[in-house]
Design a binder for this molecule. Structure first.
Ligand SMILES: Nc1ncnc2c1ncn2[C@@H]1O[C@H](COP(=O)(O)OP(=O)(O)O)[C@@H](O)[C@H]1O
Ligand SMILES: [Mg+2]
Length: 273
């Protein structure tokens, strides 16, 4: 067997896709007098092709973290790197899915999904072909010509996910995307997301205040402290992808144990490992 070139080591299993070091973010009032610290000295890594869940109470800075990685906010201090390079602003390499579906009501489902491709100047026939592929992936091909108001909340959120995926980002940033969806659809969406992610080479950072959701989805779960958010603990979720179905995990002892451990950490009872 040929020896690996020296630099190959860096590209092995745990290559860091997003590196956050000592990140602090302040919101400053318009007159510059009031300052609110949303994140403080937060350090964490999202590995290449990893699904990292971030969980923490409301107001701990989850949306702030997403906005900072998306390039919408500047750090007060610390660094934010994507593939080892500083994040200077928004870019097509990162796609964001918000809790609000943010679909354009006057455009069809297909046109919503292909919006990003259109903005990049891709001809209609080609972007429609790609758009349909992604609608197929989320089992919504039959809704291609419908308008957002004709869809349920769960369907709208699937369209929002398809729209982000159609832009073929390297990183998908998800900010409580299923929070407004009813419980039944939410479970289906979670299972679908596991399936879609398993088939892709995406790196996902998924923030939620739901411990159960974080553990169901994540390769690891980062627990943040109440605001200003810092990293409190990082928990490995060693449950194989193929077992990530609600019918199966309902009676899974490891799932129950991990869920309890993360819940204790979020509530402040658990001690970080
Ligand atoms: N635009 C803003 N101006 C001032 N404070 C803000 C702003 N956005 C968020 N905050 C505050 O920053 C903290 C973190 O907010 P956020 O990131 O939205 O938390 P989370 O998403 O975890 O609920 C909260 O205390 C919130 O009130
Ligand atoms: Mg939020």
């Amino acid at each position: 067997m040929a020896a690996l070139p020296a630099e190959a080591g860096a590209g092995s299993v745990a290559a860091s896709k997003i590196t956050i070091r000592g990140l602090s973010i302040d919101y400053v009032s318009e007159d510059g007098r009031a300052r609110h610290r949303a994140l403080e000295d937060l350090s964490l890594e999202v590995r290449e092709n990893e699904f990292l869940s971030v969980v923490g109470p409301s107001g701990c800075g989850k949306s702030t973290l997403i906005a900072a990685i998306a390039g919408f906010l500047r750090p007060r201090s610390g660094s934010l790197l994507l593939d080892g390079k500083p994040i200077g602003g928004p870019g097509a390499d990162r796609g964001v899915v918000f809790q609000e579906y943010a679909l354009l009501p006057w455009r069809t489902v297909l046109d919503n999904v292909t919006l990003g491709l259109r903005l990049r100047g891709m001809p209609r026939s080609e972007r429609d072909r790609i758009g349909r592929q992604f609608l197929e992936m989320i089992n919504l091909v039959e809704a291609a010509d419908k308008y957002p108001h004709q869809l349920s909340g769960g369907m709208k959120q699937r369209v929002a996910v398809a729209r982000t995926l159609a832009n073929q980002p390297e990183v998908m940033l998800m900010d409580e995307p299923f929070a407004a969806v009813d419980a039944q659809s939410r479970m289906t969406l979670q299972e679908e997301l596991v399936r879609i992610w398993s088939q892709s080479r995406l790196t996902v950072l998924f923030v939620t205040h739901s411990v159960e959701e974080a553990v169901f989805l994540g390769d690891r779960v980062a627990v943040l402290t109440p605001g200003p958010g810092r990293l409190k603990a990082m928990i490995d979720i060693d449950i194989p992808r193929r077992q990530r179905r609600w019918a199966e995990l309902g009676n899974n002892l490891l799932f129950a144990t991990l869920r309890q451990r993360v819940l204790d950490l979020v509530r402040g009872a658990g001690t970080p490992p």
